[in-house]
Design a protein around this ligand. Sequence first.
Ligand code: SAM
Length: 390
Amino acid sequence: MMDSMPEPLDAALTEVRALLLDPALTRAVAAGRRRGQRPSVVRAELRPVTLKAGPRLQISTSDGARPYTRNVAPGAEAGAAVDELLAEPFGNWHVETADSTLQLRVTKSGEAQVHRAVASRPAPEQGGHDRAKDWLLDPGDPLFAEIGGSAAKRRQVDAFLRALAATLPDDLTGPLRVVDLGCGNAYLTFAAYRYLAQRGLDVELVGVDVREDQRRRNTELAGRLGWADRVRFVAGTIADAVVDPAPDLVLALHACDTATDEALARAVRWGARWVLAAPCCHHDLAAQLRARPAPAPYELLTRQGILRERFADVLTDALRAGLLRLHGYRAEVVEFVDSAHTPRNLLIRARRTGSAPTDGQRAEYRELIDQWGVTPRLETLLAAAGQTRA
Ligand SMILES: C[S@@+](CC[C@H](N)C(=O)[O-])C[C@H]1O[C@@H](n2cnc3c(N)ncnc32)[C@H](O)[C@@H]1O
């Protein structure tokens, strides 16, 4: 972002107006208030939508109690609606287009402090083509100039969001509460918000990470993006962090080792409708397998260290999917991204069905763990939470 000297407010708002009416607009938010003044709504959000009737500018306002959304036609109708909003004494405007981000803050003396950022397109990946249609989120989206991240991370996150797109029903409407567990730098958190909001969903997202420094950094970033009221961060463990109300959708990308089990157990406890968890390293079962001989005739599977580790990976995720099934979820394990981008490229994708497990499913799970003499961490966590169905 480039800082600048305060500018005359009228000229800056004229620039905002042009961006709001520009076909390249992706999203804009007005919020806050000028000194001694109070807008008639606490917040306004604008975004382009495509309806059966054609392109429209969607304007959602909130009076603090309830939201109000209307869709206005491009041209005179949109111009008039935008002028009404620009006349409100909002303290901040945050406007994003495909090419730029503009952030305007009205100073105490009534001038405009404007930050402008040009979206920088990431360099194409080596040996690959970087066409917009290869991505779910445009890599030129100004969001990425803010959140940074390597090309590999961006590719992982985009692929993760594609899996999310394939999981959520097309006709999903209504508020969607989302949590990203073990969010780290929050690349996925912010990208998920962008994707879900672009779908026109009323999204609230919470990122959880044990690191307080990440919470501070991510919270500040959410403010810079103008999303502070929609994307929040909590410092705490996946098992215990306060997330209220319970989320509908749980995301976890590479939460370390058994943190993935914590994420799955928490999702079950919340009764989340959808869970997408891409596991990271799997040390827990590998250590258990090392500690005892394999049952006959599987000794050859675990004698070599590397094979034992890989087998532990497979066994861990198979048991996770099996446990989710025993707790009313339809779970599948898929490759969400090419292994060239990350060796940790499996995704456990689950949808709550509420179905009670059959005796056969219970027996299948129990025989497998008894035979190997292992206790998956997820089973322990679910039992501790009183969710024993295995
Ligand atoms: C490998 S990073 C992945 C970060 C992010 N999801 C991504 O894909 O870029 C794992 C993150 O999980 C956090 N973490 C690990 N165990 C945790 C736990 N039990 N509770 C909360 N956060 C945890 C770590 O602090 C770290 O930021």
